[in-house]
Design a protein around this ligand. Structure first.
Ligand SMILES: Nc1nc2c(ncn2[C@@H]2O[C@H](COP(=O)(O)OP(=O)(O)OP(=O)(O)O)[C@@H](O)[C@H]2O)c(=O)[nH]1
Ligand SMILES: [Mg+2]
Length: 208
């Protein structure tokens, strides 16, 4: 809820977000649902499912895991109806998400062990501004926050992050413009460990 408020832009963005997700909902995920509108469970179903999950950006490892678990449960529980298989997949996905969010909570609350947030996105999308908001968000919980100036490409990016660092009273780890961003992150990780920082937020350049 707090995060939702924090990232809410002035008027229309919620509508934009809903619209954006609508495409995903109607696109690949609808295709996944439709995949089970067949008369029987066959090998083609699993192949198509794997392909659609990857298309939906679920990721290779997780897609494999989901398909394997589905196959296993279909075998173990002698499931024959595609509709029942769809329900099993739905529950597997929910379980996976619950597990992921549970683990995240544990990690972020480990005081003194840096929880790293790497912020990526295209030019001008609002990465650096969001980093400032995220930093304030975590500070409000009493967590110590450090920023890393991983955008060494754009001329004023380091200054911009330094300004936010001063305003938020957060240390900023930065090198010179044009430096290797990997080296900045390496130094920042070391500094964050040495100073028992709770949250390290890394800014990056919005270019490939
Ligand atoms: N209205 C509005 N403007 C925003 C928001 N977030 C960022 N901006 C503005 O968008 C512009 C770009 O924001 P940045 O945070 O610098 O974006 P960036 O992704 O870091 O940009 P690069 O470092 O150039 O890739 C700035 O003028 C911000 O003030 C927001 O939530 N609402
Ligand atoms: Mg930026």
């Amino acid at each position: 809820m707090v995060l939702k408020k924090l990232f809410r832009r002035q008027a229309e963005p919620d509508v934009l977000l809903d619209k954006g997700l609508e495409k995903t909902r109607r696109g690949v995920f609808l295709e996944i649902t439709r995949l089970f509108d067949r008369s029987q469970i066959d090998d083609e179903l699993f192949e198509d499912l794997e392909m659609l999950l990857i298309q939906a950006d679920v990721g290779w490892d997780v897609s494999q895991q989901l398909v394997r678990e589905l196959q296993q449960r279909i075998r173990d529980e002698r499931i024959v109806s595609p509709a029942d298989a769809r329900e099993v997949l739905r529950l597997e996905m929910i379980q996976l998400l619950e597990l992921a969010s549970r683990n995240r909570k544990v990690k972020i609350l480990q005081r003194g062990v840096p929880f790293v947030i790497l912020v990526t996105g295209v030019n001008g999308a609002g990465k650096t501004t969001s980093i400032a908001k995220l930093a304030q968000y975590h500070k409000n919980f009493g967590r110590s926050v450090m920023l890393a100036a991983g955008d060494t490409f754009r001329a004023a990016a380091i200054d911009q992050l330094n300004v936010w660092g001063k305003r938020l009273d957060c240390p900023v780890i930065a090198h010179q413009q044009g430096a290797d961003p990997g080296a900045v992150v390496f130094d920042a990780m070391q500094a964050a460990h040495n100073r028992n920082v709770d949250v390290l937020i890394v800014d990056t350049a919005g270019r490939l």
